[in-house]
Design a binder for this molecule. Structure first.
Ligand code: PLP
Ligand code: LYS
Length: 419
């Protein structure tokens, strides 16, 4: 079931015409479907059935507090990578006890705050971080729950910029080192080992890399048992891909079934997953206005009011994202367009070579924009951050106001006149 569908050639977000939302909130505009977010989280939760598990939504994929609130109401856990994300989860009513904290550069202040609110565990990415956590926990006179992020050296077969589980990547502790670091952790007074973690990359479209990873982690887990180190949970990270174009990623149910099969003998071991994109990407669209049509040589350009500052994925990863008309006019002639933004960079495009039937003043929707869209946006070229709307049935709530221009320089200061 797709909650972004045409009815009489008009695109709808759940039960509201996108053109109506544009009239109310302007463009560029991110629109999210609450029913889609809920369905996607539940797809993971249901798929793991009665095996003890926790689905920790990866906050970075879409950190809007209304999205986090939607997740919290479902009983979701959260995967965070900064204090900013931690405070967002708490502001949204998320349960601190269901937060796992990943990331390679946790500061002492971040560790202290996370310990003080009682997070579920730290996904520790190096021995040096382990020592820092031990020290901070000592000053607070408590034991910090940790899980080591193991880098299994598995090729995720994804874009090199979003692959994280190869030995040359900066993430995690090399699988060959992990046993030694676990033993070291077991001897630290203010550390409590609770689990094992990994995350091998994003937008994975095959099961095999996940299963190879699970095999390596299970082997390590058995070695740890022999060392007398018992784990409570196994966290396989996020990374399940979505369909942007013609990809056919496994469904969460297929992924979960394969995992459960691997972990048949480990009923007592809680499974944690950290999906981001698979929950939020197809729950959102980015709507933009065609300001001008223009042709250079043999190329046709649709110049729109959303740029790479609003959606950087095509520029950063050459990512393909579908672009469709908000109102379809079947009598209009189609052309092949490069859909480009207002930013002064040649890489500023939302899509290239797209067949569209449009005129200036029309609106376009970029699909699958709910993940790593607003989340990665910037104010480059002094363009204010865009508005975000959450739709639920016939209701639309503005969940982020369009930033006023004055906000662009709000934190800046002029030099004193005397200089
Ligand atoms: C540690 C960690 N967990 C989870 C995720 C979420 O990944 P995805 O959005 O691909 O599910 C990421 C991002 O890749 C991550 O770095
Ligand atoms: N930002 C990336 C994914 C990276 C995930 C973060 N570890 C994307 O848009 O595809």
């Amino acid at each position: 079931m797709d909650f972004f569908q045409y009815k009489n050639n008009r695109l709808y977000a759940e039960d509201i015409a996108v053109s109506e939302l544009v009239r109310r909130f302007g463009t560029p505009l991110y629109i999210y479907s609450r029913a889609t977010l809920e369905r996607h989280w539940r797809a993971f939760d249901t798929a793991l059935g009665t095996h003890p598990h926790l689905i920790c939504y990866a906050v970075k994929s879409n950190p809007n507090i209304a999205v986090l609130q939607t997740m919290a109401k479902l009983g979701a856990g959260f995967d965070i990578v900064s204090q900013g994300e931690l405070e967002r989860v708490l502001a949204a009513g998320g349960d601190a006890g269901k937060i796992v904290f990943s990331g390679v550069a946790k500061t002492a202040a971040e560790i202290e705050r996370a310990l003080s609110v009682g997070i579920r565990c730290f996904n520790v990415e190096s021995s040096a971080e382990l020592e820092r956590i031990n020290q901070v926990a000592a000053t607070m006179n408590l034991r910090a729950p940790v899980s080591l992020r193991v880098n299994p050296d598995v090729d995720a077969h994804t874009h090199p910029y979003i692959s994280t589980g190869l030995k040359e990547n900066k993430f995690g502790i090399a699988v060959q080192e992990a046993r030694r670091v676990y033993r070291y952790a077991a001897g630290l007074k203010h550390i409590k080992i609770t689990g094992m973690d990994c995350h091998i990359g994003s937008q994975l479209t095959e099961l095999q890399p996940f299963l190879d990873t699970a095999d390596r982690l299970i082997l390590l887990l058995e070695q740890l048992k022999a060392d007398g180190i018992e784990l409570e949970h196994l966290d396989l990270g996020g990374g399940l891909g979505v369909t942007y174009d013609r990809e056919t990623p496994p469904h969460p149910a297929e992924y979960a079934a394969a995992l459960l099969d691997k972990l048949k003998g480990y009923r007592e071991l809680e499974i944690i997953l950290e999906p981001g994109r698979a929950i939020s990407a197809n729950a959102g669209i980015l709507v933009t206005k065609v300001e001008y049509l223009k042709s250079n040589e043999n190329r046709h350009f649709a110049i729109v009011d959303a740029g790479m500052n609003d959606m950087i994925r095509p520029a950063l990863y050459q990512a393909h994202m579908e672009i469709i008309e908000v109102a379809r006019d079947l009598d209009r002639e189609t052309r092949i367009y490069d859909v480009v933004g207002p930013i002064c960079e040649t890489s500023d495009f939302l899509g290239k070579g797209r067949k569209l039937a449009i005129a200036a003043g029309d609106y376009l929707a970029q699909r699958s924009a709910g993940a790593y869209g607003a989340s990665m946006s910037s104010t480059y070229n002094s363009r204010p951050l865009t508005a975000e709307v959450m739709v639920s049935g016939e209701t639309a709530n503005l969940i982020r106001r369009r930033a006023p221009l004055s906000q662009l320089w709000q934190l800046e200061s002029l030099l004193p006149e005397s200089d």
